[in-house]
Design a protein around this ligand. Sequence first.
Ligand SMILES: Nc1c(C(=O)O)ncn1[C@@H]1O[C@H](COP(=O)(O)O)[C@@H](O)[C@H]1O
Length: 174
Amino acid sequence: MSPVVGIVMGSDSDWPVMEAAAKALDEFEIAYEVDVVSAHRMPREMVAYGEQAADRGLKVIIAGAGGAAHLPGMLASVTPLPVIGVPVPLKYLDGMDSLLSIVQMPAGVPVATVSVAGARNAGLLAARVLAAHDEELLGRMRDFQQELNDQATEKGKRLRAKAEGTGGGFGFGN
Ligand SMILES: Nc1c(C(=O)O)ncn1[C@@H]1O[C@H](COP(=O)(O)O)[C@@H](O)[C@H]1O
């Protein structure tokens, strides 16, 4: 299967965070590619990647970067595809620098920014974008959401049982 999602990052040091996006796509059996593409360190290659992405068959780009994280925004400026930005936290500033570098895009150049280190949600959001035009994938996303619902309900049940054991505990669910 040829990749429909491009997962790119400013450095291979971002992979421990970005891996969660790949895992989410694996769960939905969505084909993706992974690469290092840095706006700062390899600007010409970055522009080429963004310009060619749609013609190569990609439908969504997930771009993660840390610090002065210009990669997601720069990619969004050269591709018509949806770009999801992942702020990668570095040693200093707890990812606030990455978040603010990605989230405040000028009007006309959107980047869908997820939370700091929120690569799993980036993968899930990419799956939802693809599911909008894919009934089968949409069904799997619904199943996934039901599973989340069931898990949360189960957690509530366990918590109430535990609280009842200590003399307290009540809830609206049964
Ligand atoms: N933010 C960017 C960009 C960019 O935005 O083009 N290129 C690399 N980087 C970031 O620099 C950090 C440190 O990289 P190194 O670990 O290679 O020194 C990484 O988080 C990377 O995403």
